[in-house]
Design a protein. Sequence first.
Length: 322
Amino acid sequence: MRNKRMFAVLLAAGTMAAGMTANAAAVQVGSLKGPTSMGLVSMMQRADNGETANEYEFTMVTAADELLGKVVSGDMDIALVPANVASVLYNKTQGGVRVIDINTLGVLYIVESGDTVHSVEDLKGKTLYLTGKGTTPDYAIQYLLGQHGLTTDDVTLEYKSEATEVVSVLTEDETAIGLLPQPFVTVAGMQNENLRTALDLTQEWEAVAGENGGSLVTGVTVARTDFIEENADVIADFLGEHEASAAYTNENPAEAAELIAGLEIVAKAPIAQKAIPFCNITYIDGSEMQEDLSGYLQVLYDMEPTSVGGALPGEDFYYVND
């Protein structure tokens, strides 16, 4: 059983700060800088004050790939990752991970300075700037294009390596159209007051996916299967504290924003505070989690099997303890 005491946050782009080493007795938790970590900040603070049930060490990174190797090697116990990546990891490890909650729903928005886009069909003939070929934004927009009778022959998808590059394009070119996640939508809007949210991809997804398409699930929390089996009480503690932490961020945006800025998840507290209501930070577990996530993964699988690791995960993927 894991020790019950304090925690440390490990930064520096996912690497440990100089001189710091992981405490093997602590529960190792990894997350992405962005909404998933924004929903953890209260838990991080409470752990730092010795108020959580277990000892934690949190590692925040900028790309999911930085977490996956640590999970596979057993160096990380719990990780907050994109929903489709969780399925890929499950297939890669032959059931070595299970999803324990949904932590973020749709955070993707199409933005522009003009007034040309009011529907997905309006993207025809245009260039859309986005990040991550083969990642959640890419799969989401390609699914929506297909549902509206469009392909990448109709809409040019211009990929950038980071969201900040898309923000730069939007700042420099007033005719540009971008697909961005929060909190980068807020960052871009503060740099360009003419920028407007043209489409909320969560609403667009729900309009065409139907009841069997689940929700546009952005982020989930996974834990190693062997860790769950050996530490069921720790998982129960984590889930309760994660739920309370997500609620704190949503219900106390000003206070949470200060914590978010302090951990350098977002550069400035005012940006974080303004972004929180649009980040869809949530906590969903049990059978509701399974229903929402399985529907979402089914849509991705039908569109491109490799997006979920080549096969849909089995029932054992879902940690349902209702």
